[in-house]
Design a protein around this ligand. Structure first.
Ligand SMILES: [Zn+2]
Ligand SMILES: [Zn+2]
Length: 347
């Protein structure tokens, strides 16, 4: 079974080959109908408190968040080191890193948007701790925190959780964002993301939520219909340096976005949600501005945006929707989650 990193010489990026993960529970191969009413606890859920996992480990009887090492890691400090030398110009190396899972809540039937504001804030603290702890290890170059949510992105277990890949390389998208941010800073003396925020403020139509120190917007250049960025207004290269006040404001805006997403079609809204943070390889990333990106795969209920010729074949997105219109749809949504509204008010 191959488990290593292989260099893609044409894209200049690492590919993680983790063939041992084929049987992992995240594969989501069978799509079942989304249940309307889920219970708070499910006895065969590997994320619910007190339940055993495939490794034989038993989850703590946790009351809020719970962090553990992934039982089906894509990268690991125990990944094989005796690799078969590749032919010709090809390169490989051990898939060294740390993969973790963060449960947001002991309750199986909640989504991130349904957590109380204080619980979202607590989760942001956990993300700060994880970034600092994993980022301080010399073998780690990047801490990628992300949530895959919904069967549309291959997740069959609705228990609210995210994953962390702490890797020995910098992910390609972050590498690109770092490079252009550095160039912009060198050429203009300004932080690129601040110029993006200024442009969004100048137009104003795509701002989804905002308070003193945090903002959410559907960017002018969005690739997905409901793509939304959430960011602190001040430049922090990562989440770890946000003050308590900034973290609270960030939690508030993040929750507003999530509630609007769920309210849009009155269903749990699927997405891929990465935290874009500066690498932890010792470089100077003062021009990099931490943000969360939402990449929702749906254009309409049950209508997936398929990635095809232009996107997969060419690497550039073809967007079929107007960002201004989609932003207006999201802005119009209530900030109260539909599950908390009296039944008669639901459209
Ligand atoms: Zn569960
Ligand atoms: Zn980004």
């Amino acid at each position: 079974m191959v488990w290593e990193e292989r260099w893609h010489p044409l894209r200049e990026e690492w590919v993680i080959v983790a063939a041992h993960r084929q049987d992992r529970p995240w594969s989501g191969g069978t799509v079942e109908q989304e249940e309307e009413e889920l219970p708070e606890y499910v006895d065969d859920c590997y994320l619910c408190p007190g339940n055993p996992r495939v490794s034989g480990m038993v989850n703590a009887q946790y009351g809020q968040t719970f962090v553990f090492d992934n039982d089906h890691p894509s990268v690991s400090l125990d990944a094989p080191i005796d690799l078969i030398p590749p032919p010709g110009i090809y390169r490989n190396r051990p898939a060294r890193g740390i993969a973790r899972v963060v449960c947001y809540s002991p309750k199986h039937n909640l989504t991130l948007g349904e957590l109380e504001l204080a619980e979202v804030e607590k989760l942001l603290h956990v993300w700060q701790e994880q970034y600092q702890e994993l980022g301080s290890r010399p073998e780690i170059a990047q801490v990628l925190i992300f949530e895959n949510k919904g069967e549309a992105v291959g997740v069959s277990n609705p228990h609210p959780h995210c994953q962390i890949y702490a890797t020995n390389f910098v992910f390609k998208t972050i590498e690109t964002e770092v490079r252009v941010s550095e160039r912009h800073l060198a050429e203009t003396g300004r932080v690129l993301f601040q110029d993006i925020l200024a442009a969004e403020h100048e137009d104003g139509r795509c701002i989804i939520a905002e308070n003193d120190s945090a903002i959410a917007f559907l960017p002018y250049f969005a690739r997905y219909a409901y793509e939304v960025f959430v960011a602190p207004k001040a430049t922090h290269p990562n989440i770890a340096t946000l003050s308590g006040r900034e973290l609270r404001d960030f939690a508030e805006v993040l929750k507003q976005v999530l509630v609007k997403f769920d309210n849009l079609w009155q269903m749990p809204f699927p997405y891929v949600m990465p935290l874009h943070q500066a690498p932890v390889d010792g470089g100077d990333y003062s021009g990099f501005h931490f943000h969360i990106e939402f990449h929702p795969p749906l254009r309409k209920p049950n209508l997936l945006k398929y990635l095809a010729g232009p996107e997969i074949g060419g690497g550039n997105f073809l967007s079929d929707t107007s960002p201004q219109e989609k932003a207006a749809e999201l802005r119009a949504q209530s900030d109260i989650h539909y599950k908390h509204l009296p039944k008669q008010e639901i459209k």
